[in-house]
Design a protein. Structure first.
Length: 153
């Protein structure tokens, strides 16, 4: 069996990629656990409310919401239905297309989101407390540039 030969750059890129995945997954799990413990919500519900809070005047179509969440419409449909049952969001038919729906945040959903968002900021700050602000700024710029490069492909 032949051994794969990687360049030094390839080895470092793979290590970086794995560490980014590990870090992202760990941070997501920490936030998800906190949301479940404190609000009986999960990170997917928080993400939906976050997107809808940004568009509270107009709401979003299911497709637009799904694309912002990087989730499939099939996966998002059940989530939306359950959140509507909990009165966090409202699903209304569009006037111009009865098969399409606009999803909007309710007052109850907005109140819950605002409380969760405030605590989420504290939880993320605690999770990143070991990183100084200059390093965070540099790393954010690096990741933004790397993502923009991916968007060009």
């Amino acid at each position: 069996m032949s051994e794969t030969k990687y360049s030094k750059r390839q080895r470092e890129i793979l290590k970086l990629w794995i560490e980014l995945l590990r870090y992202s997954n760990k941070l997501e799990q920490i936030i998800d656990d906190k949301l479940r413990q404190n609000y009986k919500q999960n990170i997917s519900r928080f993400d939906v409310l976050s997107q809808l809070e940004r568009e509270k005047k107009t709401g979003l179509t299911v497709g637009d919401l799904a694309s912002r969440l990087i989730a499939s419409k099939g996966n998002i449909t059940g989530l939306i239905d359950r959140m509507q049952e909990d009165e966090l969001i409202l699903k209304t038919s569009r006037k111009d297309d009865r098969r399409s729906f606009i999803i909007s945040i309710t007052d109850k959903g907005l109140e819950l989101f605002n409380e969760m968002a405030e605590n989420n900021a504290k939880w993320v700050e605690d999770a990143l407390s070991a990183i100084d602000i200059d390093s965070m700024s540099d790393f954010t710029k690096f990741l933004n540039q790397a993502r923009q490069n991916l968007d060009l492909d």
